[in-house]
Design a protein around this ligand. Structure first.
Ligand SMILES: Nc1ncnc2c1ncn2[C@@H]1O[C@H](COP(=O)(O)OP(=O)(O)O)[C@@H](O)[C@H]1O
Ligand SMILES: CC(=O)N[C@@H](CCC(=O)OP(=O)(O)O)C(=O)O
Length: 262
């Protein structure tokens, strides 16, 4: 049976992903698994903005995106980072095609609802699944940069976890794998930090309220909970540095933190 999954690759871990990570991805694809990648690149955007002397600020985990910031976000995500991932996949021997959400109206967006104005930050309104499925059917791994577009041609900066969750929901894939720089959702139990093998939606709410889930983990769990309302069966949060992490998630489980649908 064809198995499809959406993998979100965080900017926190991209540089650290070993060649074996991409070899594992290639093996899975050769076995008939169909991955779709949505990537971030927050740290690279921040360092490029700093080099250019453009100030950056996060409001509730989202980057305030002026017109100047938006230009840099697109340049870094749809340019350098997207092509770096495509190159690494190709080096592993698999085929990849890099696109941003602008191409083929892949990720359609509208301004995010926010109490204060944070500029050109978007929320996903629709995903052009036909194009993504077409790319997969040709045997290529789609690699998507989270830039959104609306009917008037306005671009938006979309948090990569949010974009990945929307793509997973729209494609109705079985699973979303969130690859980041920690081995899962961690909790301090009896003075020791432990990775939770699984977590419920109620526990997520409690951990956000208590501050045990904070910062960049918040958009991940929120995107997870949202996409579990659709066809997605589970979201797994893992470290990209764990050996053969993708095939372990797909074949056996027992790695990272699983958030499962009810
Ligand atoms: N309960 C938690 N368990 C693990 N990591 C957490 C937790 N709460 C917050 N975090 C933070 O979330 C970070 C991952 O999010 P982020 O830095 O945005 O990564 P990415 O670039 O992969 O999206 C971790 O490095 C950690 O600092
Ligand atoms: C609106 C918003 O905050 N967009 C993010 C997009 C990149 C991203 O989400 O990258 P990570 O997955 O590496 O965090 C940003 O500008 O940083």
């Amino acid at each position: 049976m064809e198995q499809r999954f959406v993998m979100k690759c965080g900017g926190s871990t991209l540089a650290a992903l070993p060649d074996s990570f991409f070899a594992d991805l290639r093996r899975l694809q050769a076995e008939g698994v169909r991955p779709v990648i949505v990537h971030g690149g927050g740290p690279a955007i921040s360092s490029t903005l700093e080099k250019l002397g453009i100030e950056t600020e996060f409001v509730g985990g989202l980057r305030k995106t002026t017109g100047d910031v938006l230009d840099v976000v697109e340049m870094v995500l749809a340019g350098a980072i997207n092509k770096e991932i495509v190159r690494k996949i190709q080096q592993s021997g698999a085929k990849a095609l890099g696109l941003s959400g602008v191409d083929g109206m892949l990720i359609q967006a509208q301004p995010v609802a926010n109490a204060v104005d944070i500029g050109y930050v978007g929320d996903v309104t629709d995903v052009n699944a036909e194009v993504i499925e077409g790319v997969m059917a040709m045997g290529y791994i789609p690699v998507l940069a989270p830039i959104g577009i609306d009917g008037a041609g306005q671009r938006y900066n979309i948090n990569a976890d949010t974009a990945a969750g929307a793509v997973a929901s729209r494609l109705g894939v079985e699973r979303m794998i969130v690859v980041t720089d920690v081995p899962g959702i961690m909790k301090t139990v009896d003075g020791q930090k432990k990775v939770l093998p699984s977590i419920t939606v109620a526990e997520i709410d409690e951990m956000i309220a208590s501050g045990e889930i904070y910062g960049g983990m918040i958009p991940k769990v929120r995107a997870a909970v949202k996409c579990l309302h659709g066809n997605v069966r589970e979201v797994v949060i893992v470290s990209g540095e764990e050996p053969n992490v993708l095939s372990r998630v797909v074949r056996e489980g027992g790695v990272g933190t699983v958030i499962a649908g009810g």
